[in-house]
Design a binder for this molecule. Sequence first.
Ligand code: OGA
Ligand code: MN
Length: 291
Amino acid sequence: MKITPLHTDPRFAAEIAGVDTKVPLTPEQVAAIDAAMDQHGMLVFRDQPMDQEQQVAWSRQFGPLTEGFKKVTGKNPRMKDELADISNLGADGKVVSRDNKRIVNNLANQLWHADSSFQKPRAKYSMLSCVHPSSWGGETEYTDLRAAYDALPERTKKAIDGLVAEHWALHSRILLGDDQYTEEQRAAMPPVQWPIVQTHSGSKRKHLYIGVHADKIVGMTVPEGRMILMDLLEHATQPKFIYRHEWRVGDLVIWDNRCTLHRGRHYDLGERRELRRSTTVDTESAQDMAA
Ligand code: OGA
Ligand code: MN
């Protein structure tokens, strides 16, 4: 395997060559990819088109898979249960109209977030495979929450030490004005709590754990907590911490949701954009996490 850094900070974002995602990995190869993930937080594999079965088989090598937001949105007939449909297509495979409910997911993905931070256990790796990129826009940006933590003023590091945020699945939707959820849907996704500062188990580096799903700080008024969260997000998403991925057919990008945030960028919603996502469970987070 050959690893080439993609960012000015060589500890973040790398391209990895010499892996065929359609061939089962040896335990040594899985360990090498995990080690590269621990080091870089995200990896890009080029020219690895996969069908749904192949993506599920590949992803399972890195742990059990999670279903994420499907508890609220329901199943998708186009997609195996283990995969999330990151597209603007309907059940018939055609681009849906702009007022289709599915588009809310597309737009919410354009807010900075960590997948499934609103669940316990939360997500570890997300793996996004590009079937068909948009002809314009639609890049995905990733930010490095370890570098962002390191760059905080000492005073801020002290001030946020020990703070716990509440993460709620519907916050990003409500922020976009999509607030017509039933009591049953709300009850299916109760908020969860996570420390704002954590230590990444694979690298032992400290990082922020924030994003659009974090909507409150425990023990603070909502406005004060939200302002702190917004300030931290602004800090963490400065251009110097970001890698922007421009999609090609067959790209596979894997990111660690614990120490990175991501967002999709604007594209023409009337034009086909089709990616598929698998996500592994952070089994460590099933136990209580120390900050
Ligand atoms: C995701 C996601 C952003 C994009 O798949 O989890 O947030 O660019 N995608 O589609
Ligand atoms: Mn996402």
